[in-house]
Every structure is written in structure tokens, then in C-alpha cells.
Design a protein around this ligand. Structure first.
Ligand code: PHB
Length: 395
């Protein structure tokens, strides 16, 4: 049969089916088929533990809501993106084209996110970003189908400069991995620190994910700044903290940073981490019933301590479950689903937050100090901080 005849024959069959009421069960069947959810996260390399805690967080939130999305069972898919930007598009397409996922949850690394962003914009598939803070994702390249549940790279450091100046630290050296996350964290730091009257004496960097810090630490020692501020995360952050202390800098030059520096690494870093000051949208020691209940449940379910990544994953699961409940599992009803994702308040362990117009959390940023192996909250460094969303034309 030619294609045209096939189409006509199918059309006739459909009309026939509709006229005898057979179409209804067919629609019901489509609705009750499983929702395909894909994780694209780092499961190897310096960010491996971040990927694991994000996935665990997502699963825990959905389990708490009954293990379904809008009444539909879930089929899970997974790709290890290795924090490798050159494979970002290819890996995103494994989930979108090969596995035909309805939702792509990913990722951690800003460079890899740019690959996901391209695939999400081209395919229209729903993308929930549980970490990567790259500005473009919710600024110039924002999209109706892309929502971030974590932070933008400059959000934590926009709250860093003032508390440093309040402590009389007027000359600071900055150090980071040289890629979007480090560069954009620096933008936030530079803005807040220079506005508060501080001077950045030097910008130091090394390529991601290198951890040969020695030469840079020697340079810091000879610069003798009042403080050092930085962006590092994951296993590389634990090594930086240990090397900083081993170089004899810990008791001479206070170490500050975007809070990822001390997330999920306090056991690995040991006493070298004591006293580090950071700004972040979460803290393990937040004294709220919501946070305590989350931490106890997560630790007993996974035998792992939750951190900011677990919280971001958990919030991603909450957002998705609540959105899918609104549309009763009809993920094809994009207008209603996106409206729901845009307007929810997330009752998070970090505190309640909502989405900005460009789909990034509006949230409090805490000032924290490492004490006895815990990130202790000192206060709120910025209240209801929103990313600028510059260049995004949504809403
Ligand atoms: C990023 O690449 O955007 C990134 C990675 C790890 C973090 C924070 C940001 O902890």
C-alpha cells in the first residue's frame, strides 16, 4: 500500500473507532504509559559524588510523592556525562533521540550544560537543571522548556564581597578553575567586593579539572593578601583545602569562597577546612524542621550525608512531581505544565523559593563558617536574591 493510501486507511479506521467510542480507551492508554525520565549527570571524575547526590535527591522527592508523576509510572534512563563539554550534545542526544525521554534532568558542569541547552532548545524537550550555573542558560539562551532549580554562577558570590569587607579584608587574591563556572563566580565576587570598597590584587586560575595547586599557592604566599577567595567544587575542592593548609596558608591568610568549596567534602578535607567562610543558598546546619526532617530521611535512605547537591536534586524532584500533578500526567500539555513550573513555591530544605521570570531560583544566600566539620550558619548574606536574567525574553 502506498504511504498516501495507508494514511487514508488509517484515517478511516480512526473515524470508525471514534464513532463507536473506541478512541477513549486509546487515549487513556497513552496517558497511562510510563513517563521517561533521563539523568545526564557526572558519575565519574571530580564531580562524581555531585551526580550521585543529585540523582538520590530527585528519587527521594518523587518517592515521597508516591513514586509516580501525575499518576504515571516512571521509566528511568541514565548517561554519565563525565563533566566533558566536548561530548555534551552527543550525550544529550543519547537521551533525547535514542531513549526518547520526556524529561532530561542535567547537569552539573556549566560547559556540558551548554550542549544540553542546544539540544533542549532544538528538540523542545523539558530540561530541568539541578546544578550547572552557567549564566547563558537563564539569560541570553533561556528557553520556555528549560528550568533551573539550583543557582546562577554569580548568585553565591554576589553575597561574598560585603561580609569580607565587614571583616576588614581589603585586599584579596582570587583563584579558580578557568571555565564558565569559575569565571562567572568571579563576576559576582568582583561586583560585590569592589562595590564594598575592596581591591582584587590578583586573579589566578588553572584549567578544569586540574589539581596541581602548588605553584599558585606559592604565588599567593608571596602576594600576602588579606584574604583568598575562590570557586572550587567536588574532589578538587577537598584537595585545594588540604593543599592550602599544607602550604602553611591556613592560619596566615583566611580562605573564603563560593560555598561549593565546603559542600560534600568536609570529611575528606578534615581539620584543614575548619574556619573557612563561604556564601551559599543552603547549609547543613539550617535550624528548621524542614531541613532536619530532610537530612534524617536522606541519610537513612542512602547511608550518605546530604549536601547542597542532594537538596538541588530533591527540589528538582519536587518541582517535577508538583508540575506533573497539576497536568494529571499529561506532559503534552506544555502550556499548563510550564505555567505550573513557573509559579510554584518550592518548600525546600534550603528555605522556600520561587522561580524568576527567566527560570532561576529567587533565594536567600547564607553566610557560613566551617566549625567542627559542619557548615554553621552565621546569618543571611543576601535576602531573596534573583539572577539578573539579562538578555532573556520570557514572561
Ligand atoms: C558548574 O560547572 O556550573 C558548577 C559545577 C560544580 C559546582 C557548581 C557549579 O559545585
Amino acid at each position: 500500500m502506498t504511504t498516501r493510501r495507508l494514511v487514508l486507511a488509517r484515517g478511516a479506521a480512526t473515524i470508525g473507532a471514534a464513532s463507536v467510542g473506541l478512541l477513549l480507551p486509546q487515549i487513556a492508554r497513552a496517558q497511562s504509559s510510563r513517563i521517561r525520565v533521563g539523568f545526564m549527570l557526572p558519575y565519574t571524575g571530580t564531580f562524581a559524588s555531585l551526580g550521585v547526590n543529585i540523582e538520590n535527591g530527585v528519587r527521594m522527592a518523587i518517592d515521597e510523592k508516591g513514586g509516580k508523576l501525575g499518576g504515571r509510572d516512571i521509566e528511568w534512563f541514565k548517561v554519565d556525562d563525565e563533566s566533558e563539554p566536548s561530548k555534551g550534545v552527543e550525550n544529550a542526544n543519547r537521551l533525547v533521540q535514542r531513549d526518547k525521554v520526556d524529561v532530561l534532568i542535567g547537569t552539573v558542569h556549566s560547559g556540558v550544560q551548554m550542549g544540553i541547552q542546544r539540544v533542549a532548545r532544538e528538540s523542545g524537550v523539558l530540561n530541568l537543571i539541578p546544578n550547572a550555573g552557567v549564566h547563558a542558560a537563564t539569560r541570553a539562551q533561556c528557553a520556555p522548556n528549560v528550568f533551573r532549580t539550583s543557582f546562577s554562577n554569580s548568585q553565591p558570590t554576589l553575597a561574598l564581597g560585603k561580609p569580607m569587607m565587614d571583616k576588614g579584608l581589603k585586599r584579596t587574591a582570587w583563584i579558580t578553575w578557568k571555565y564558565a563556572a569559575g569565571d562567572e563566580a568571579f563576576e559576582g565576587f568582583k561586583d560585590s567586593y569592589t562595590k564594598a570598597g575592596g581591591t582584587i590584587v590578583k586573579e589566578l586560575g588553572l584549567p578544569f579539572p586540574q589539581v596541581e595547586f602548588q605553584a599558585l599557592l606559592t604565588e599567593i604566599a608571596s602576594l600576602r593578601p588579606d584574604a583568598v577567595a575562590c570557586f572550587f567544587a567536588g574532589a578538587g575542592a577537598a584537595k585545594f583545602i588540604r593543599d592550602y593548609a599544607a602550604a602553611g596558608l591556613k592560619d596566615r591568610i583566611p580562605l573564603w569562597g563560593s560555598g561549593f568549596l565546603t559542600e560534600g567534602v568536609l570529611d575528606a578535607a578534615g581539620p584543614a577546612a575548619e574556619g573557612i567562610m563561604t556564601t551559599m543558598h543552603y547549609s547543613d546546619s539550617l535550624d528548621t524542621a524542614r531541613n532536619k526532617q530532610f537530612r534524617t530521611a536522606f541519610a537513612s535512605k542512602f547511608r550518605l550525608q546530604p549536601d547542597v547537591y542532594a537538596v538541588q536534586g530533591y527540589d528538582t524532584g519536587l518541582l517535577l512531581a508538583q508540575g506533573m500533578a497539576t497536568v494529571k500526567g499529561d506532559i503534552g500539555n506544555k502550556a499548563a505544565l510550564y505555567k505550573s513550573l513557573e509559579t510554584q513555591t518550592i518548600d525546600s530544605p534550603r528555605g522556600k523559593w520561587s522561580m524568576s521570570k527567566s527560570h532561576n531560583p529567587v533565594q536567600d544566600i547564607y553566610l557560613r563558617r566551617v566549625e567542627k566539620g559542619e557548615n554553621k550558619v552565621i546569618g543571611i548574606a543576601a535576602k531573596a536574591l534573583a539572577d539578573s536574567g539579562a538578555g532573556c525574553r520570557l514572561g
